[in-house]
Design a protein around this ligand. Structure first.
Ligand code: MIG
Length: 802
């Protein structure tokens, strides 16, 4: 017993506190400065340099190099855009300070001590200020608390904590929406069965948004080392962040709106490309469906039961002994025939691909992925030159060094076997990377990656491993099938992942707590640049029940990624497994999802273009309303739908917060005035759902898979506000090819106003070159139920509504 306690103490990772940060060496003071076109470089007394670059009038980069000049090498796997057109700015120097002013920001740098402050250039209101100078652990004070003391020097920045400041983002954390008074570590980890508070889990997105009295800013600390974020947990004075090596390099972005910050973050780290439209379809998975006949059975069950389905997954057992890029000959003798057969029923197949390549147990065994990778020297090696041999599903394995451009290309090209067999997308799992020998990463510390010639170790490369693996996969699919949008789903990630992959939240539990946690996780991911999120519907580990499964679908039927998945030894949970009563309710929600596809796809395209996610916390739409700041048991889809799911068993009533404005109950059309809490009934077949007054929600025909029928008619459900107005846009494209990137889409705007003879709807001249052909538009004034139909021929129109 005593021994166990000792182990527990030794095993617990030391937590670095705000107090520790105060003991570090501080940068500065400033002795001189150089002005460049893009900003200023400050030279400090301690030989440190600080570079302040003005990327846009609301986007500033701060880069510090401690006790040495800023290195010329400047590389990040996360950054998508470097060619910023410097906006106009001015520099002012006094004996105490230096100030840089853009149209939006005023950045004041005190010379001694070196403190940086950001203000609104127009109102001079303080947005964010250093609490102490940027700091570094030259003396190794924190060495015994670090995970890898040899990785580099601990660096940190500390900001004043606002009395009313709230914190959002930080990617995938098993935590609530508002991160105030919490602290986190980033170190991608395989954490099956995680519960609220478990940290770190799979992903690292070192980006957060601070919001104080309606004014928001964003900070992206682009450092892939093990990093720390403390939003006032260990001190009431400071919110600090730091990392066990690398540069103190962050981007400061000013709103004041959160939406604007998300746009900037997307410009900086990349916009999510549109996935194929079928990725919004319903998906079914299991560890594992095999042989092929069982996969067919699952699909035919769906069809027989009139349940919508677009995608089915093959988990690790489709392979020959877990060898990636192979199929088991007995279980899947003819994968191409299988995908063709399912394709005729409107179902796509996605296969899992793990990073571990089986290390052949004997020298005579030929396995192309291993042989080629070894010959080309693409596998990760330890510092002493030995191959790094982790243990994963295939047993002893090797990992690819995805920092090598040739290795990325080779990995991408290996996917030809999937494309040739009609596989529609790739699911990347285990890419933290998980290693059964040691999940902490300690056993990998001396693994070296090429890293653009820098030959860096695991301390820097762990958190970007999945980003580069997904990138290799995405780019491979793009090359192999240039006329199709790649579809990649990943478990682990680093900032920038949205350019290559969608995500799911890993190994959840089939519990109510786990279901409740998915809401703040989805919305936080959306506030971190990852719009395409979802989690195993019904939960992954354990035994669920019909009620939990139904309530789980009542969340996920509006999540971008809607996939039921289950662990190998878990209780079956396909929609029909708990009986007809539950199946009927699940059918109702899946059908509703499919009719809402025109709305969902329009909102997804907005996420692609603007960086603003579709699955939103209320604070994103109502950041001036403090009642939304920690509200995370409700969500919105786009600007218009508000959903308040039931997240506990045996509950059939709940309180719902409606922000200011007019709202309509989706089911009854009953009208409410917002700015208040209401109590609503929610029997098992009802998820409380409201539509914003002023919205027009486009819906399509009921289908069981995407493409089953033409999207005709499109019905526009109009929910007027108190002035009788409403507006919306509808986005459409071919749903499959990358042609939308070069203008092959149609965006049509609709607006409703009150005329002399009642409501009038105007359709705008559509934008874009995609032509869906003539089809019928129905306009329904929801609260009245009146319908007017027209034939849409792509011309602007005015239609009198009854
Ligand atoms: O060690 O491929 O999160 O979705 O079913 C477990 C088997 C490996 C973890 C994934 C899960 C998947 C499972 N995988």
């Amino acid at each position: 017993m005593k021994f166990l306690i000792l182990i527990a103490i030794l095993g617990a990772a030391a937590t670095i506190s705000a107090q520790d940060i105060t003991t570090l060496e501080k940068i500065g003071p400033v002795v001189s400065l150089q002005r460049t076109d893009k900003g200023v470089t400050l030279n400090c007394h301690d030989n440190s340099q600080v570079q302040i670059s003005i990327l846009a009038s609301d986007l500033i980069r701060v880069r510090a190099s401690f006790t040495k000049p800023i290195p010329t090498r400047d590389h990040s796997w996360a950054i998508a855009k470097e060619d910023w057109a410097t906006p106009r700015w001015t520099l002012n120097e006094t004996s105490d300070s230096i100030s840089i002013t853009t149209d939006e920001l005023e950045i004041t740098i005190r010379r001694s001590p070196l403190l940086i402050e950001f203000r609104d250039a127009r109102t001079h209101q303080l947005i964010n200020a250093d609490e102490q100078p940027m700091s570094y652990d030259a003396g190794g004070r924190l060495a015994n608390m670090l995970f890898d003391p040899k990785a580099g020097m601990f660096v940190a920045a500390s900001k004043k904590l606002g009395f009313d400041e709230h914190f959002y983002g930080l990617g995938e954390k098993a935590a609530r929406l508002d991160k105030r008074r919490s602290s986190f570590v980033n170190w991608n980890s395989d954490t099956p069965g995680y519960t609220e508070g478990k940290d770190p889990i799979y992903q690292t997105i070192p980006f957060y948004i601070g919001l104080q009295r309606g004014v928001a800013y964003g900070i992206f600390f682009d450092n892939s080392y093990r990093s720390y974020f403390d939003f006032g947990k260990s001190s009431q004075q400071r919110a600090w962040f730091g990392a066990e090596g690398g540069e103190l390099n962050y981007y400061f972005c000013y709103g004041p709106s959160i939406k604007k910050i998300l746009g900037r973050y997307a410009d900086l780290t990349g916009h999510m490309p549109l996935p194929p439209l079928w990725a919004l379809g319903n998906q079914q998975s299991r560890w594992s469906y095999y042989p092929d006949s069982m996969v067919e059975e699952v699909v035919s069950e769906y069809r027989k039961r009139d349940l919508p389905l677009d995608v089915v997954y093959l988990d690790i057992d489709y392979m020959n002994g877990y060898r990636v890029f192979t199929f088991d000959k007995q279980r899947f003798p003819d994968p191409k025939a299988l995908t063709e057969k399912l394709g005729r029923q409107g179902v796509k197949v996605v296969t899992i691909v793990d990073p571990g390549i089986k290390y052949p147990p004997d020298k005579n065994e030929r396995y192309h992925a291993f042989d080629q990778g070894l010959e080309k020297n693409f596998f990760q090696r330890r510092r002493n030159g030995d191959l790094f041999v982790p243990r994963v599903w295939p047993g002893e394995s090797v990992f690819v060094d995805y920092t090598l451009p040739d290795a990325r290309r080779w990995w991408g090209d290996l996917h030809r076997v999937y494309i040739d067999n009609g596989i529609a997308g790739i699911w990347n799992d285990m890419n933290e990377p998980s290693d059964f020998v040691d999940q902490t990463g300690k056993n990998q510390l001396d693994v070296v990656s090429y890293d653009e010639g820098e030959k860096t170790t695991h301390a820097k490369n762990r958190n970007t491993f999945a980003l580069l693996m997904s990138r290799s996969t995405y780019e491979g699919l793009e090359r192999l099938r240039p006329d199709r949008r790649p579809y990649v789903i990943t478990r682990a990630a680093y900032a920038g992942i949205q350019r290559y992959a969608t995500m799911w939240t890993g190994d959840t539990n089939s519990t109510w707590e786990s279901l409740a946690l998915t809401l703040p996780m989805f919305t936080s991911l959306g506030l971190s640049g990852e719009p395409f999120v979802g989690s195993d519907v019904g939960g992954f580990i354990g035994r669920g029940n019909g009620e939990l499964l139904v309530r789980s679908y009542q969340v996920s039927f509006l999540a971008p990624f809607c996939r039921n998945h289950k662990v190998i030894d878990g209780y079956d949970q396909e929609p029909w497994r708990f009986g007809k009563h539950y199946e009927d309710i699940i059918r109702k929600y899946l059908k509703l999802r499919y009719t809402l596809l025109p709305f969902l796809y329009t909102t997804l395209e907005e996420a692609h273009r603007s960086g603003v996610p579709l699955f939103r916390p209320l604070v994103l739409n109502y950041q001036d309303d403090p009642s939304t700041y920690n509200l995370d048991d409700q969500f919105m889809v786009g600007d218009d739908l508000l959903v308040a799911p039931i997240l506990k068993p045996d509950v059939t009533k709940r309180l719902v917060y409606l922000p200011a404005g007019t709202w309509y109950d989706y089911w009854t059309n009953k009208k409410y005035s917002g700015g208040t809490m209401i109590s609503v009934d929610a029997p098992l077949d009802v998820v409380p759902m409201f539509v914003r007054g002023g919205a027009i929600v486009p819906v399509g025909p009921s289908v069981n898979y995407i493409g089953e029928k033409p999207v005709d008619p499109i019905t526009f459900n109009i929910y007027p506000d108190d002035a009788g107005s409403a507006s919306a846009t509808l986005y459409e494209d071919d749903g499959l090819s990358p042609a939308y990137k070069t203008g092959a889409f149609r965006r049509t705007s609709f607006s409703v106003r009150r005329g002399q003879r009642g409501l009038v709807v105007s359709t705008g001249v559509p934008e874009g070159t995609y032509n869906p052909g003539p089809r019928k538009f129905n306009f329904v004034v929801k609260p009245l139920g009146s319908v007017v139909s027209i034939v849409d021929d792509g011309k602007a129109k005015q239609v009198q509504l009854k």
